[in-house]
Design a protein around this ligand. Structure first.
Ligand code: S3P
Length: 430
């Protein structure tokens, strides 16, 4: 399916983004490991999060989907059923890696499999620590690709320093740590998103964090009530659109503002973006959340360092897009991880934006972008990647002529209804 975008002469209005994908996955998985019935309001409608529910159901977890909330009856740590067939994780790396950690606490063998994209993604990063803990964990090949077989049981606590900055790896190890003998510790390179830690605490588990070092004490989570805030990574597309399209002022409401997710805002401020953030700090039961107003205006080029990339990993394609309209040379370094996402996001971003006239070069670990240039409409491809599709749709609003994004259906992976939400902002102003 393709989507067509005509130039916009300004976006305006308010938009509420759907529930956070990362928090939704974790709430469902930790709810499944809990004792009692957990209620999660605002659970994401993303296809990825539906995959997590399907996988948990196949492990014997009862999940009722009601109006705006889901209820999960947990099986306790180590209490999953033996699954009948392979567990289908679809396109979702978070489902596969976090469920692998949850399965580590269960003595039954399970096989996690994905779609064509996910079955090409690296799993050694979870196989290594889980094996150290005593899990029998095997990929389908030497390179560590899924399907992934996991058979857990009696686990030993470890102290582990992942070779990549990855919240998925940290979360897999912490979840396995619930069933280990002793305190499990993860030492990260930079503190990645901490939703797992927050939900475990809400569920009564002892989790201590000191900067990039996180430890979990084993135990069985207690059921909890959680309201999922709007997804910051989805909000980022509207923020970028408002900054890019002249004459725009857009407010995104009810967005999660967890500081481990909002590095993008700090980078935009460095580019000179006009942003106003109002929000609440949050507490054990609620993550920080609030509203973000973004207005169009001139932008300056910046250098984005590897640590900053790690903290804004899902927004880097948007940084590249914004850099096409910023004055000077923007350099994005240390972003090799982008090549391991749903597609190679460095090459997909460079291909799409080059076709639209951007001055953008691919480097082994990032991109160099010269601005400002006027983008022009073109036929571009999502490469089966939801974030590439949405970024190119936003680019189409700022380009002259018509932009056609092929593979638009992939936006369902994180944001069903994104195209409609974007056009509502256009209609309000045109
Ligand atoms: C996610 C972590 C990030 C991110 C992904 C969601 C999560 O992946 O890119 O979209 O929910 O933990 P990595 O942990 O591989 O960096």
């Amino acid at each position: 399916m393709e989507a067509r975008f005509a130039p916009s002469n300004g976006l305006s209005g308010r938009v509420t983004v759907p529930g956070d994908k990362s928090i939704s996955h974790r709430a469902a998985i930790i709810g499944a490991l809990a004792e009692g019935t957990t209620a999660v309001g605002g659970y994401s409608q993303a296809a990825d999060c539906a995959n997590t529910l399907e996988v948990l159901r196949a492990l014997g977890v009862r999940i009722e989907v009601g109006d705006g909330a889901i209820r999960i009856t947990g099986r306790g740590v180590g209490g999953f059923d033996a699954p009948v067939g392979p567990l289908p994780c679809g396109n979702s790396g978070t489902t596969m890696r976090l469920v692998a950690g949850a399965l580590a606490t269960s003595p039954n063998a399970a096989v996690l499999t994905g779609d064509e994209s996910l079955n090409k993604r690296p799993m050694r990063r979870v196989i290594e620590p889980l094996t150290m803990m005593g899990v029998k964990c095997q990929a389908s090949d030497e390179a560590g690709h899924p399907p992934l077989t996991v058979r857990g049981g009696t686990l030993e606590a470890i102290t582990y320093a992942p070779p990549v900055a990855s919240a998925q790896v940290k979360s897999a190890v912490l979840l396995a740590g619930l069933g280990a003998r002793g305190v499990t510790t993860v030492r990260e390179m930079v503190p990645t998103r901490d939703h797992t830690e927050r939900i475990l605490r809400l569920a009564g588990i002892q989790v201590s964090s000191a900067g990039p070092v996180v430890s979990v004490t084993p135990g069985v989570p207690s059921a909890f009530d959680l309201r999922v805030p709007g997804d910051f990574s989805s909000a980022a597309f509207f923020i970028a659109a408002a900054l890019l399209v002249p004459g725009s002022a857009v407010t995104v409401t009810g967005v999660g503002l967890n500081p481990t997710r909002t590095e993008f805002l700090r980078l935009l401020e460095r580019m000179g973006a006009r942003l106003e953030v109002t929000g609440s700090e949050g507490d054990v039961a609620h993550e920080p959340s609030g509203d973000i107003l973004a207005e169009s205006g001139p932008l300056e080029a910046i250098d984005v360092s590897p640590d900053e990339v790690a903290l804004s990993i899902d927004e880097v394609t948007l940084l590249a897009l914004l850099a096409t309209s910023a004055r000077g040379t923007t350099t994005i370094r240390g972003a090799r991880e982008l090549r391991n996402k749903e597609s190679d996001r460095i090459s997909g971003t460079v291909a799409g934006l080059s076709a639209m006239g951007a001055k953008i070069e691919e480097t082994p670990t990032g991109m160099v972008i010269e601005g400002p240039v006027e983008l022009r409409g073109a036929r571009v491809g999502s490469r089966g990647d939801h974030r590439i599709a949405m970024m190119l749709g936003v680019a189409g609003l700022a380009a002259s002529g018509e932009t056609i994004v092929e593979g638009w259906e992939w936006t369902q992976i994180s944001y069903p209804g994104f195209g409609e939400a974007l056009s509502r902002l256009r209609k309000a102003s045109q």
